[in-house]
Design a protein around this ligand. Structure first.
Ligand code: NAD
Length: 385
């Protein structure tokens, strides 16, 4: 027996990534997973149909794969209408931002598996950590986007035509994406400083050769599971005010701050960008429909302030590095599928820590406590399939 997994083209506007790439098809076959790829699914990520075919996947016409599938593999939320009872959908589905959709899928007896809920610190889960792989891609790309909009060199350059000072880069939020941005900006030759509310970030920032910015007005704010907690309104206001002075002294600011399940904290006020030098660039990785880290940033748009500061609202940076981001995502997803498929069947064992973290809905129930809680539902009962 095999589990049939279908990959179709992502539906979010501008999304270039694909859920599975040709190099994982063989490994999935060994794990009892047969992959069906809808024509054109990987084209925007640099993976033509012929490569899937050569790797052993079945390529079918666009829109025709779901009929024959047990599982729909995707990156972001797919078109959900065609999913039917007994099928599963696996992706980075952000259940905490879409609890009603999750409840609807549960009611339709679709099994929902989302990589957002993976217990990331568990060593055996690390190969499945799509949040980290995508944050790495996004953090790297953020620096390239900043460099593209910046009119000066990043490194110190001494030439016959004069000396160019190195760019000064400030990274706000030093999680996976922030640390990758620090490393990338350093490799381009910038002087880099960084700040995060989690005290553990200080040593990580310094180990990458960047300077850590200390704020006097905000104490440590580590939350659960290694994440930051949401600051109180008073703490957030004090943080914004103190950060403004640091922001004004930098040429480039890259913001990556997130708090799971919450709107991203606003770290850069309009006053702060107004005080930056003309030609400075701010890249807001936290920009989303929920708001961003930077006042005035617009997701997917480049805004130039009256003071000549470019603000890039960039929620889609991993998608803009689609080949590498898809390759990493496909390895994460194939590791998860290999974990969930036992003897040619998808097994949902909620006693398993990894499975319990990622399964949001199963057998008609919303089994993910955090998503259920958002809808005011009681904690779901333990269930083993
Ligand atoms: P994230 O995307 O949730 O947030 C990005 C960063 O924003 C975090 O570092 C967070 O502390 C910071 N932040 C939030 N609010 C802020 C504020 N008001 N001001 C400044 N910074 C703020 O985080 P992430 O990149 O997913 O990483 C979260 C944690 O998980 C980190 O501790 C990371 O080291 C850890 N992690 C561990 C593993 C592992 O053990 N294998 C893997 C991945 C991540």
């Amino acid at each position: 027996m095999t589990v049939r997994v279908v990959v179709s083209k992502e539906v979010a506007p501008g999304e270039r990534r694909v859920a599975l790439t040709p190099d994982v098809i063989g490994r999935l076959g060994t794990a009892g997973v047969a992959v069906v790829v809808e024509a054109g699914a990987g084209r925007d990520a640099g993976y033509p149909d012929s490569d899937y075919d050569k790797a052993g996947a079945t390529v079918v016409a666009a829109g025709s794969g779901l009929d024959q599938a047990d599982v729909l593999a995707c990156v972001g939320l797919p078109a959900l209408g065609a999913l039917r009872a007994g099928q599963a959908v696996v992706g980075l589905l952000q259940p905490l931002l879409h609890p009603e959709t999750m409840a609807d899928l549960a009611a339709r007896e679709v099994t929902v598996v989302s990589l957002d809920g993976l217990p990331r610190t568990l060593p055996r889960a690390q190969a499945m950590d799509a949040l980290s792989s995508q944050a790495n891609a996004a953090g790297y790309k953020a620096v390239l986007v900043a460099a593209e909009h910046f009119g000066r060199y990043f490194p110190l350059l001494i030439t016959a035509a004069g000396t160019s000072k190195p760019a000064e880069v400030l990274v706000l939020g030093a999680g996976v994406a922030g640390l990758q941005a620090i490393g990338t900006a350093r490799r381009l030759g910038a002087v880099v400083r960084a700040y995060d509310v989690r005290p553990a970030a200080r040593d990580e920032v310094r180990s990458l050769g960047a300077q850590y910015v200390e704020l006097a007005s905000v104490g440590p704010a580590a939350g659960e599971g290694g994440y930051a907690r949401q600051l109180t309104p008073e703490e957030a206001a004090a943080q914004r005010a103190e950060l403004a002075g640091h922001i004004a002294r930098h040429d480039i600011v890259i913001t990556t701050a997130q708090v799971p399940g919450r709107r991203p904290p606003e770290l850069v006020s309009a006053e702060a960008t107004a005080a930056m030098r003309p030609g400075s660039v701010v890249v807001d990785m936290g920009a989303s429909g929920l708001g961003g880290n930077v006042a005035g940033s617009v997701p997917g748009e480049v805004v130039v302030t009256p003071g000549g500061v470019t603000i890039v609202g960039a929620p889609d940076l991993a998608s803009r590095l689609a080949t590498s981001a898809s390759a990493a995502y496909a390895r994460n997803l194939s590791a998860l599928l290999s974990h969930l498929v036992v003897d040619g069947e998808l097994r949902v064992d909620l006693d398993d820590e990894i499975t319990a973290g990622v399964v949001v809905a199963h057998r008609g129930e919303l089994v993910h406590p955090a998503t259920a809680a958002l809808l005011g539902r009681p904690a779901p009962k333990e269930a083993t399939a």
